[in-house]
Write a protein that binds this ligand. Structure first.
Ligand code: 4NP
Length: 161
């Protein structure tokens, strides 16, 4: 029997091809490490529509593959207001994405919305910068920031569960 997740997390960026699919893959990987993969559901989406149906950017796939994680099967989708009913945590990669999500979020569901780095000690309120126009280092930096946020998020969920 498949166990329904107790908690559902949605990572959101602009295109859903760089930051949020990387966060999805990295979070799933860390959850498997601590035996929580079946208890915490993970997904990702973008505020923009340009890349709907596309796989993650090859550079994001490459930095993830270098850490042993295959995200090639993910496909971009656009976030929708109904996501605020399906996900307990809707986590924006930067403040611009957060502002767009706040405008989409139904009244009284705002408690579900935060920045990913609000869960990274010392980086609260900060952005995971968009690496799309950057070089390989930008993608490495992206993943380091995501790692801090996701680890903090998992600790937070474990302590509040
Ligand atoms: P992401 O990166 O939001 O981390 O997926 C981007 C990907 C594509 C674009 C912007 C950001 N774009 O403008 O096409």
């Amino acid at each position: 029997m498949r166990v329904r997740p107790l908690v559902n997390v949605l990572f959101v960026c602009l295109g859903n091809i760089c930051r949020s699919p990387s966060a999805e893959g990295w979070c799933r990987h860390l959850l498997a490490d601590v035996g929580l993969a079946s208890r915490i559901g993970v997904d990702s989406a973008g505020t923009g529509s340009w890349h709907i149906g596309k796989p993650p950017d090859p550079r994001a796939q490459a930095v993830m593959r270098a850490r042993g994680i295959d995200i090639s099967g993910l496909r971009a989708r656009q976030v929708a207001a109904v996501d605020f009913l399906r996900f307990d945590y809707v986590l924006a990669m930067d403040r611009a994405v957060h502002a767009d999500l706040a405008a989409l979020c139904p009244a009284e569901e705002g408690h579900r919305l935060a920045l990913l780095l609000d869960f990274a000690a010392g980086l609260e309120g900060r952005d995971v910068p968009d690496p799309y126009y950057g070089n390989e280092r930008a993608f490495e930096r992206m993943l380091d920031l995501i790692d801090g946020g996701v680890r903090g998020l998992i600790d937070h969920i474990r302590l509040s569960g």
